[in-house]
Design a protein around this ligand. Structure first.
Ligand code: PNS
Length: 161
């Protein structure tokens, strides 16, 4: 049983994330999508909301679990018996940060490798920040996030205005 962890803020999950989840789930026996707390970011959606969005978009994938974790990814991976971290790479600009994290995580847990999946070309430009920016300004996020989430994300984003 080969377990991988796909960590991230997922604030909110985008079509780009969904694509990486599907592809990673096809390669590993078990995939844990872990909603992590990123100390450099203030999320728009709560961890519970982000997990709910992920559950709704991964319902058809039997080997995918949605979890959340606050702490060191390398320790969490060890406890879950994971052999790999999954990361999506969009552009060269992602590389330096991801490379640094991959090396740090392997130093913290030498049995853990980071597996990079190249984004599908149609999602090169896509990020959760782009989605939030469109939504808070009243635009439609259709075509940016999984279809079943479009309405909810737009409603919840504009809740406070
Ligand atoms: O989607 P993001 O915000 O780019 O994901 C970043 C995330 C959550 C994967 C990263 O911040 C992380 O791994 N946080 C857990 C804390 C940790 O292990 N830090 C050391 C990484 S070298």
């Amino acid at each position: 049983m080969r377990t991988a962890i796909y960590p991230g803020s997922f604030d909110p999950v985008t079509l780009g994330h969904q694509d990486i989840i599907r592809r990673a789930a096809a390669v590993f026996d078990r995939l844990i999508v872990a909603v992590m707390h990123n100390q450099n970011k203030t999320p728009m959606f709560s961890v519970e909301e982000r997990m709910e969005f992920l559950r709704r978009t991964t319902g058809g994938l039997d080997n995918v679990e949605i979890a959340s974790f606050d702490g060191l990814l390398a320790d969490y991976a060890r406890r879950q018996g994971a052999c790999a971290i999954i990361k999506g790479l969009r552009a060269v600009s992602d590389f330096e940060y991801e490379f640094q994290m991959a090396l740090a995580n392997r130093k913290l847990n030498p049995e853990l490798d980071t597996v990079f999946l190249m984004t599908s070309a149609e999602y090169m430009y896509l990020s959760s920040s782009v989605v939030k920016d469109i939504a808070v300004h009243g635009g439609s996020v259709a075509g940016f996030v999984p279809e079943e989430l479009v309405e909810d994300i737009m409603l919840r984003t504009r809740k406070g205005d």
